[in-house]
Design a protein around this ligand. Sequence first.
Ligand code: FES
Length: 137
Amino acid sequence: MSDGKSDTGDWVYSDTVKDHFLNPRNFLMGDESKFDYDAVGLVGNPICGDQMKMYIKVKDGKIFDLRWKTYGCASAIASTSALSELAKGKTLDEALQISAKDIDNYLGNLPKHKFHCSILGHDALRDAINNYRSNKK
Ligand code: FES
């Protein structure tokens, strides 16, 4: 009987990870015209080549709303879903402070070898915020 571990590490996903993968929060269904956003970020994960696009709506200096879409793995989907919940309502600076560790804690720990997947959404959010700020100048 398997204990969920292998020579590549622990493959066990928490129930929270599974829930966010199967029911991703703030996922953009359809094309981007369906969401009235102020800025968008696009990044790729250099480790695996997956991509993430993040759309933000800013009001009074806070993330009023956001949506995302990805060509990413299950861990990237769960992580970005969690990030989208954590970032909503935060100021832009507070949203930038959300770390991969915060996302990991929120999800109840990703398998260690999937930790890098949580960076994809985070980097896309950072790119969207940077684009928002540079568009405002
Ligand atoms: S394997 Fe590419 S983001 Fe997870």
